[in-house]
Write a protein of this length. Structure first.
Length: 364
């Protein structure tokens, strides 16, 4: 941060990053994109960078927070856009929850509390996309927690979805779902629990088709599934889905998570991490001519020192800035103090053959 202007004017990967109120930015496992929308306060049409992620200021369960920026360096907090629920009664007594969930039945409110319970629910990897047809902002996230048959924090293994008419919420939780299942003619790497969905991401192709990319089969296999036109559920329910048309499986048994997909010059790229909990590991990236095409393993994109731990990060998003440059977003987790987990943003380079390269920079 510049002492003269009290603003950031460069990136320093891994350094503590504060918002314009001087609070540590809390947007872990997140995503950055640029959107044009009508400012609710001024009525003006604005173009802003939006950063959504997990708020870990109080540990593992802090809800989903958003930030806005004009320059990608200096971020204004837009607050918690989807809150955890402190108790079941709050859904009927707290004015915030009463307004957000007005019209919900008791059964629906039970589901909201089960999925957003501040004491037990896991909310991770939030991603948001805008639907031009419905003019709604759609938030997907890894929704986990105990179930009726297990007290494990990661028993539910679902994908949650919430919607809003405004980019900064509040977001109204709709439901959480198990997703696609392994076809009968393929080997399921974890057949005892079908349709699992954990680390996830979203991608909208140039034709407007939306996809959800997620770890399944106890994190042993990645899936890519097509979303419906509203982006609020799968294009086809799991019991009727056709492999190759509605979804595909990637790298069965490879144990990959933290997927991030982007497109460049007609090629599709997917970067992911291994599964080592909070500890960093070696990234791999894959390339394809189509979302539902054949994905080629291109190896580790990192070069230089710390390449074998992806510079001590885990992938969460790759986006293109206003100059056309691609930026890798990674989380540097601090399992002993999650609120002080750091962010590592690095410019992505490409060879003439379209190979992806990531190289450490202290400052850029």
């Amino acid at each position: 941060m510049s002492l003269e202007t009290d603003k950031y004017n460069f990136f320093k990967p891994g350094e503590q990053w504060r918002d314009t109120d001087n609070n540590i930015i809390q947007a872990h496992g997140g995503q950055v994109q640029q959107l044009v929308f009508t400012d609710s306060k001024t009525g003006d049409t604005v173009k802003k960078w939006i950063w959504v992620g997990e708020d870990k200021s109080s540990g593992a369960r802090g809800g989903i927070r958003m930030y806005s920026s004009d320059d990608l360096h200096n971020w204004n907090s837009e607050g918690i856009v989807m809150r955890n629920v402190p108790n079941r009664e709050a859904l009927k007594s707290d004015e915030y929850f009463k307004n957000v969930y007005a019209g919900y039945s008791e059964e629906q409110l039970d589901n909201v509390f089960r999925s957003l319970d501040a004491g037990s629910a896991i909310i991770e990897r939030p991603k948001m996309i805008y639907n031009e047809k419905t003019r709604q902002y759609i938030l997907w996230f890894h929704a986990d927690g105990p179930t009726d048959t297990s007290n494990s924090s990661y028993a539910a293994a679902c994908a949650g979805v919430a919607v809003s008419d405004y980019p900064f919420g509040p977001y109204r939780f709709v439901d959480r779902y198990r997703l696609n299942v392994c076809p009968d003619n393929q080997r399921d790497m974890h057949p005892s629990s079908k349709g699992m969905a954990r680390d996830m991401n979203l991608f909208v192709d140039k034709d407007g088709t939306g996809y959800i990319i997620y770890s399944s089969e106890e994190n042993l296999t990645l899936y890519i599934s097509k979303l419906n036109e509203e982006y609020t559920y799968l294009e086809t329910s799991p019991d009727k889905a056709v492999y190759g048309r509605d979804f595909i499986r990637l790298f069965p048994g490879a144990q990959r998570e933290a997927p991030a997909v982007f497109e460049r010059e007609g090629k599709y790229y997917l970067i992911s991490s291994g599964c080592t909990g909070w500890e960093p590991n070696q990234a791999r990236y894959y390339r394809s001519d189509a979302v539902f095409g054949d994905w080629e393993n291109m190896g580790d994109p990192c070069i230089g020192d710390m390449k074998h731990t992806t510079f001590d990060t885990q992938s969460t998003c790759v986006f293109k800035d206003s100059t056309g440059r691609y930026i890798y977003m990674g989380d540097r987790w601090n399992s002993k103090n999650l609120s002080d987990s750091r962010y590592v943003w690095l410019p992505v380079k490409f060879t003439q053959d379209g190979n992806m390269l990531l190289e450490w920079q202290d400052k850029w």
